[in-house]
Design a protein around this ligand. Structure first.
Ligand code: SF4
Length: 219
């Protein structure tokens, strides 16, 4: 892997993490194929893009830059979808807990994700049932593949969905800048950006990768 030798923000090494996750996912796909199973995920099926997508601070900062770089009209459309998702989560009573790890501590991740999915909120980056930022999509989106029929992914409790076992490298990106960091939902990216306090830290590329591998080892 190639990383910057100079001190850079963590967002600069996200492409390296994306490459690592891609390689792990490709290996999982190959293993699935060798077992005689086929991946049923296809372009145009956005059922999983209505799930709670937990992302790290580093990925959040990267996605904010992606959002800022969009042409004005497109950015406005995506921002409007973020605002609508924020309002829907606020109305449901889930919003504050999803943004605050202490407030959601009484619920399991499973309970949170089931309640979130029931709201049917599409990811603000979903357009025509396809990911509009596919090359920049979060690590956890890359790790989600299924071999079960695509229509099962839209079921309220996801009964019968058979995910491909993929080691979750995405979890190691949480805590990359600060070990106390946790996740927040992608749909609340703009709300999260308004509330965050800490300035990004700069480290050399090798230091970031070593931190990532250390986090991976602790998972
Ligand atoms: S970022 Fe892309 S792949 Fe991930 S949930 Fe959103 S639309 Fe789907």
């Amino acid at each position: 892997m190639t990383v910057p030798v100079d001190a850079v923000p963590a967002t600069a090494v996200v492409p390296v993490l994306q490459g690592l996750v891609n390689a792990v996912v490709e290996a999982a796909e190959e293993r699935t194929s060798q077992m005689g199973k086929a991946i049923s995920c296809r372009k145009g099926c956005g059922a999983c893009c209505r799930q709670l997508v937990p992302i790290s601070r580093t990925e959040g900062e990267r996605l904010l830059a992606v959002l800022d770089a969009l042409p004005v009209e497109r950015r406005a459309a995506v921002q409007a979808r973020f605002a609508a998702a924020d309002a829907a989560l606020a109305q449901s009573g889930l919003r504050d807990g999803l943004l605050d790890p202490e407030k959601r501590a009484s619920k399991t991740d499973r309970e949170l994700s089931t309640a979130y999915f029931a709201l049917g909120i599409a990811c603000p980056f979903l357009e025509d049932e396809s990911c509009s930022i596919h090359p920049e999509r979060p690590l956890v989106c890359r790790e989600y593949l299924v071999t079960s029929p695509a229509e099962l992914c839209a079921g309220p409790a996801q009964e019968g969905v058979a995910p491909v076992p993929v080691p979750k490298l995405s979890a190691a990106a949480r805590g990359l800048q600060d070990e106390t960091e946790t996740w927040f939902p992608l749909a609340l990216l703009t709300a999260w950006s308004q509330a965050r306090r800490a300035d990004p830290v700069n480290r050399t590329g090798p230091e970031w990768v070593q931190r990532f591998l250390k986090m991976l080892g602790s998972k």
